[in-house]
Design a protein around this ligand. Structure first.
Ligand SMILES: *[C@@H]1O[C@H](CO)[C@@H](O)[C@H](O)[C@H]1NC(C)=O
Ligand SMILES: *[C@H]1O[C@H](CO)[C@@H](O)[C@H](O)[C@H]1NC(C)=O
Length: 434
């Protein structure tokens, strides 16, 4: 009887425990599919075990009932036997019968006890199975927990790695942004520098232009006010209707063409028409450029004329004219125009009297085109010029030093300044649109 009770108690004890397992499995199943699969594996044998246990209990109940019945029967039979014995009745047949019945019952009891033992054994095995399953389950759970923990750890590591990566990405992002900012600021600075440089260049260019203008002005002045050429620059120019010809420019930078120079006595200016027509002398010293070329150059383009004078007191004066032009040979190289005068030497070319050079033909010692009735001034003076009935200037006269010739008014002169001979003379022309 005690055994039966303990079995029942064990079963009762096992049920809530198992229910907890199942519940935990159900909970786990929600959270983890693996665990669910695992739980099912564990729970299945347990459920079988419960089924077996339940069947055993029913059998036990049944057996117990039978045992109780048998025990009651035996009891009643024994009491009957005793009563018979006490009654000393002749009942050997009944006794035999009773003995047979007792034997049968005892056999049945033995069988039942054997069955019960078998049942107990089965139950024990079932319990063992349950225990091993439980421990296996526990092991698996522990194992799984370990795995899960490991996975969680791994996940944590991954997460950590991811976080570190994110931090790095953020750092990189920040760096990129900073670099972008730096780039922008550099570009801005660069633009500013470029602008500055442009301005500087522009300023420099302006300065250069100003300097160039000053330089040109300076060179021009130097050229115009010096009788010693810095660097006569011979260029070939083209004029319509004639072959290209060489022209002595005052310098490489100059548009001024030197057409006449007197600086000492080492060149004879008492020359014939052909020589004045084509020019003569040394371009670096004393020379006459040539009437034909003057005509050609001034024919198609208005030219200004600059005349520089220096006396033996080393004083310099100039006379400037805006429209210098010379006619052709058929016009005897007439001084067609001189334009407006400016300067400090006085206007000796255009005097609006009978000694003016303007509108006069050119005369040489062999070609008398002047208005002098009693001879040829060019011959008398020994120098070709635009002589009239007289003259206010003659830049091709003989080179005289400190000498004033009363009779012929020879020498190089410009009487609108003074009557004394001049030491140096230079005539330059350039296109007026320059
Ligand atoms: C310059 O003189 C020429 C005559 O030789 C004349 O035709 C021309 O109009 C003048 N030019 C000026 C700007 O005075
Ligand atoms: C009981 O009955 C048997 C026969 O059935 C007999 O032989 C025996 O003598 C009897 N005994 C008593 C005490 O009556």
């Amino acid at each position: 009887m005690k055994r039966v009770l303990s079995v029942i108690l064990l079963l009762l004890y096992m049920r809530p425990d198992s229910a907890t397992d199942v519940m935990s499995c159900a909970v786990s199943r929600e959270s983890n599919e693996d665990r669910g699969t695992f739980c099912f594996k564990v729970v299945k044998p347990l459920l079988q075990h419960f089924r077996i246990s339940a069947e055993s209990k029913e059998q036990f109940d049944r057996l117990q009932g039978k045992l109780q019945q048998l025990e009651a029967t035996i009891k009643s039979l024994a009491s009957k036997a005793n009563a018979n014995n006490e009654a000393s009745c002749n009942c050997s047949a009944d006794k035999l019968k009773a003995d047979e019945e007792t034997l049968r019952l005892q056999t049945e009891i033995t069988e039942l006890q054997t069955k019960l033992a078998a049942q107990q054994e089965a139950l024990q095995k079932s319990n063992q199975l349950k225990d091993s399953l439980m421990s296996e389950k526990d092991e698996r759970i522990v194992d799984f927990d370990k795995k899960l923990e490991a996975r969680v750890e791994a996940h944590k590591e991954t997460l950590k790695g991811t976080q570190q990566l994110q931090v790095k990405v953020n750092e990189l992002q920040t760096k990129i942004e900073e670099s972008d900012k730096l780039k922008d600021s550099l570009i801005t600075e660069k633009d500013k520098r470029i602008a500055d440089l442009k301005e500087q260049i522009s300023n420099n260019m302006n300065k250069n232009q100003q300097f160039e203008a000053k330089l040109i002005n300076f060179v021009e002045q130097a050229e115009l006010t010096s009788f010693v050429p810095y660097s006569i620059d011979i260029r070939t120019i083209r004029v319509p209707g004639t072959e290209p010809f060489k022209v002595p420019f005052a310098s490489k930078f100059s548009e001024w063409v030197v057409i006449q120079r007197r600086m000492d006595e080492y060149e004879e200016f008492g020359r014939d028409w052909e020589e004045y027509k084509h020019g003569f002398g040394d371009l670096r010293r004393n020379f006459w450029f040539g009437l034909e070329k003057l005509h050609l150059m001034t024919k198609f383009q208005p030219h200004e004329l600059y005349i520089l004078l220096e006396d033996f007191g080393n004083e310099k004066r100039y006379a400037r004219y805006t429209n210098f032009s010379v006619g052709n040979e058929a016009q005897a190289y007439e001084l067609l125009s001189v334009g407006e005068y400016s300067g400090d030497a006085g206007n000796a070319l255009d005097t609006a009297d009978d000694q003016t050079a303007k509108n006069m033909k050119f005369s040489t010692q062999d070609r008398d085109n002047d208005k002098n009735d009693v001879g040829n001034y060019a011959e008398q003076i020994r120098g070709g010029w635009w002589f009239n009935a007289g003259w206010h200037c003659n830049l091709n006269g003989p080179y005289e030093r400190n000498r004033f010739d009363e009779d012929y008014l020879r020498a190089i002169r410009w009487d609108k300044w003074h009557l004394n001979p001049l030491k140096s003379v230079q005539m330059l022309i350039r296109p007026t649109n320059k």
